[in-house]
Design a protein around this ligand. Structure first.
Ligand SMILES: [Zn+2]
Length: 201
C-alpha cells in the first residue's frame, strides 16, 4: 500500500499545469518553489543531495530523497516533503500589491501561457540545449528557476553577485524572497550595482 499523503493535505486550490507553487519551510524562513506540470508532478530545482543514497525511492515517482539534486521531476508529495503548506506564486501583481505582500510570494512580471511554462520546465529538466540546465546558474535558487520557467527572465540576485551582496546593499540580511521580488526596476539597478562592484575588483 502506498502512503496516501495527498489525501491528508487540505489543498483548497488545486494546482494547474504551469502553476508556480511553493511550500514554506523552516517556519516560513524560506520556501521551496517549483512548477506544477500536471498529473500530480512538479519540476523543481533541488539542492545537491547530502546523504549517501541509501534512501528508498518514492513508490509514486521513484524519487530518492538523498540521492538526487539539480533540476528534478517528482510527485507533489515529494515536492512538499511532508509539509502541508502549498501556496501559489502570483504573477502580474501591481506595484501596490507587490509592496504589501510577503516577499517571495508574487512578482510584477507576467507569466507566459501555461503550456509554454510546462514546456520550458520540461526542456530544462531534459537539458535540451540550454545553458540553464546548469545547476550553478541558478545558484541553488529554486525560486529563480521557477520564475525563469514562468517568464523566461533569468533575473537572479545570486547569479549576478550573491545574496550577501544584495543583503548588504539593502541592509536586511534576509534571505527570504530575495530575488525578483525587488521589483523590475530594483532588480535591474541592483544587478548593475553588483555587476559594477564585481568588475571593479
Ligand atoms: Zn514521490
Amino acid at each position: 500500500m502506498g502512503q496516501p499523503q495527498s489525501m491528508l493535505i487540505p489543498h483548497e486550490r488545486k494546482p494547474q499545469p504551469g502553476d508556480h507553487i511553493y511550500s514554506t519551510r523552516a517556519g516560513g524562513l524560506y520556501a521551496h518553489h517549483g512548477i506544477y506540470v500536471g498529473n500530480d508532478m512538479v519540476i523543481h530545482l533541488q539542492a545537491p543531495p547530502k546523504g549517501s543514497g541509501s534512501s528508498t525511492p518514492c513508490q509514486k515517482c521513484g524519487y530518492k530523497r538523498d540521492c538526487q539534486g539539480g533540476i528534478i521531476k517528482t510527485c507533489l508529495d515529494c515536492f512538499l516533503d511532508g509539509r502541508s503548506s502549498l501556496e501559489f506564486y502570483e504573477y502580474g501583481s501591481s506595484i501596490f500589491e507587490f509592496n504589501i505582500k510577503k516577499r517571495g510570494s508574487c512578482t510584477i512580471f507576467h507569466t507566459k501561457p501555461a503550456d509554454e511554462v510546462v514546456k520550458t520546465a520540461n526542456d530544462l529538466l531534459q537539458g535540451n540545449g540550454s545553458k540553464f540546465k546548469d545547476y550553478n546558474f541558478f545558484a541553488n535558487n529554486c525560486e529563480d528557476f521557477a520564475v525563469y520557467c514562468k517568464t523566461g527572465m533569468a533575473v537572479s540576485m545570486q547569479a549576478v553577485g550573491g545574496v550577501e551582496a544584495a543583503s548588504n546593499i539593502f541592509g536586511t540580511g534576509s534571505l527570504f524572497g530575495m530575488g525578483v521580488n525587488l521589483g523590475a526596476v530594483g532588480v535591474y539597478s541592483l544587478a548593475k550595482v553588483i555587476h559594477d562592484a564585481n568588475t571593479a575588483k
